[in-house]
Design a protein around this ligand. Structure first.
Ligand code: ADP
Ligand code: MG
Length: 254
């Protein structure tokens, strides 16, 4: 039995780099020899397609969450040491589920119980919402990675997210390990520097040391179904993600 770290990549704001971060973290961890499971919790299925799996016709997470299909039968090997539970059609139905009471929020947690201990890391790419899918993620994990961009609206969004996490912590009676990742970073923009300073000031203990720079390579690689390590292994972005992987492994913050 492994000590599995179960981590949600989370931010209710869209376009902040959740999927990009998940994609390259899971592959970076797998390349280091860890057994990794990636879970695509976003009905848009962008993590699924970024890993080169075509969403059409495949059954995914919704079968395990709604139909009681064993998670292993919707788990697909996508790279060495890396498996994926894709988002299939029908995952949106979870968001709209009205019956089931509190149990609705624990569908993911329950299905993960069956495979916990088989992996070193399970990473969950969350949708840009704060609906029932994200509630499911929050019940299932004890760590969250929060991708952030260097602008003020993102900062505002972060305090909202932190409040949500606090509420959950109170309800669940435990705390999340929180990791903030500054992504799409443009070192020459003064605003980005200011946001970084603010984050360091308030969240030093949760802010991972490596920031991910804005780079067109990171935006291009998913359209080829490749991670940055496959698309441009010698790039600065690949080096940054390699370093971010180490940050996450050892909890290296400011
Ligand atoms: N560091 C980066 N540099 C350049 N483009 C990025 C970077 N991170 C993400 N992107 C691009 O920004 C868009 C949103 O990123 P994505 O990871 O899909 O965010 P989210 O999952 O939070 O909605 C995508 O087109 C993605 O390719
Ligand atoms: Mg996404």
């Amino acid at each position: 039995m492994k000590q599995t770290r179960v981590i949600a990549v989370l931010n209710q704001k869209g376009g902040v780099g959740k999927t990009t971060t998940t994609l390259n973290l899971v592959h970076g961890l797998a390349r280091k020899g860890y057994d990794v499971l990636a879970i695509d919790l976003d009905p848009q299925g962008q993590l699924t397609s970024s890993l080169g799996l075509i969403k059409r016709d495949i059954e995914g997470l919704e079968k395990a969450m709604l139909n009681g299909t064993p998670l292993v039968s919707v788990t697909y090997p996508v790279r060495e040491n890396l498996k994926l539970v894709p988002a299939g059609y029908g995952l949106t139905e979870v968001e709209e589920k009205t019956e089931g009471g509190v149990a609705r929020g624990k569908l993911l947690k329950n299905t993960l119980e069956t495979i916990k201990g088989k992996y070193d890391f399970i990473l969950i790419d969350c949708p840009p919402s704060s609906g029932l899918l994200v509630v499911n993620a929050l019940f299932a994990v004890n760590e969250v990675v929060i991708p952030m961009t260097g602008d003020y609206l993102a900062l505002q969004g972060l305090s909202h997210l932190m409040a949500t996490l606090k509420n959950f912590e109170k309800a669940l009676g435990n705390t999340y390990k929180q990791w903030i990742v500054l992504g799409r970073y443009q070192a020459r923009r003064r605003l980005a520097q200011e946001v970084k300073e603010k984050l360091k000031q308030y969240f030093a203990n949760s802010m991972l040391l490596t920031e991910i720079s804005e780079s067109v390579l990171l935006a291009e690689s998913p359209s080829f179904g490749k991670t940055i390590f496959e698309y441009k292994p010698s790039s600065r972005s690949a080096k940054e993600f390699e370093s971010l992987v180490d940050d996450l492994i050892i909890g290296r913050t400011y």
